[in-house]
Design a protein around this ligand. Sequence first.
Ligand code: F6P
Length: 544
Amino acid sequence: MSEQNVAQDLAKLDADRQRIEQIHMRDMFRNDPQRFKKFSLCAGELFLDYSKNRIDEKSLASLFDLARTSGVETLRDQMWSGEHINSTEDRAVMHMALRHQGNDQRIVDGENISAPIRKVLAAMRAYATSLRSGEINGSTGKKITDVVNIGIGGSDLGPAMVVRALSPFVSEIKPHFVSNVDGSDIADTLNGLNPETTLFIVASKTFTTDETMTNANSARKWLSAALGDAAVGDHFVAVSTNLAACASFGIQQDRIFGFWDWVGGRYSVWSAIGLSVMLAIGADHFDDFLIGAAELDQHFLTAPLEQNMPVIMGLLGVWYRNAFDFSTHAVLPYDERLGRFAAYLQQQDMESNGKSVQRDGTSVNYATGPIVWGEPGTNGQHAFYQLIHQGTDVIPVDFLLAAQGEEDYPVHHEKLVANCFAQSEALMLGKTIEQVTEELHGAGVSSEAIKELAPHKVFPGNRPSNTILYKKLTPKTLGSLIALYEHKVFVQGAIWNVNSYDQWGVELGKQLAKALLPKVQGHEAATAHDCSTQGLLQRFQSLR
Ligand code: F6P
């Protein structure tokens, strides 16, 4: 990566921002009927319309310059060649290799990782196929009908989001997910399940995560109480990089599916962490999921920056975060089955780029990762869209939409599409005081009432959005969609010069919780804390 002064490079965007702020987007559209054609592109099965952004050709050129001077392409190539770009953990970042479709070797630390990747994938396929067909059964010979994935963060959010998104492809086995250490999560999940027909996947990269091990031990107790401890081998599998810890939990050797330290937790759904997905949708659909991601990888690796979808999305994010100081980014799928997509992206984006130091440890003096949030439309329209349209914060939005619904409810889908397009149009156009006044006049409202009411009915418009359109939400499309956002996050991390692949910010809370536990349990005195924490502990003890 090139030596850089990020703040200086970002400051160069200011002249563009000042120019762009003079023009409302509705005028940009009025002045240029080619805008949609100019600012839209395809990558595999995804189509991106980014014309409803506060951009012109000149500002985009500056953004592409920024990508070049920041060394986005160099870092991308270093990542793909297996260099340890995750410097603080001294690791390569090779999740793309998990879905790579070519026969070429991928070398990490002198070893060809393609062979072990294929080996684990084949073992997953063999196991999934046998379990789904009833060739492998539970300890009493009954077919496994329910699978409970126990994991948290990247060992939960990816698979849970994906099986919900692909629910029309789920057959044979019903997937469940337990992540929270809150006992209600496991209790509600186990309630109604039959131990004889239930399989648990303990999914944890480290196999030490407290929430996961606590849930795994409770699940084991539940199963042993019903079927005896000897049944554990038939009802538990593990997915981890810590093979020794899986074995000491009592998991059979051939039921441990490994992965590697060069797969970050939030980038691991493509690895054996996706076992619950494969069990639910079958190995062939899982292959399609990988193929979709690989298609986007090829695009990211080879398309020129100016025609590179994740690069464009990443740059637009930097444009708004740094030149305009917009602090949040909403992802609004008009696709109910993507109901967990925003939650998934929160980890992918915020755990990756929520950083305040550069790669060399010096503090940043510019904004980095935005707050990512969202909910499916049309529900969001009846909740928080008020603020998006008329609030004091400008929130850049991604709309996600399938041209075809899975179900035979055509009118529903047409209405969904109309709503999605209407929202991006409304955000861009807004409604002027003149339009409001005219409308109210037309409706016969008195001049006096119009004067009072009109300001409330004005929409500023000029609010940016991307629309990502795809034919249908299939395993392949979903693979592409996730990879698109992974690479977008990469591009932004490269520009902000942060390490997008570590997550030290999650450690302090874990450390303090460990120290607090004996005090919560009443084994140690509630001392040596600030008066708030101490007071809360005492109050808690008095309420137990
Ligand atoms: O606490 C954060 C984190 O380390 C995530 O990065 C990770 O996805 C999650 O915990 C779960 O970790 P593991 O898979 O090791 O249980």
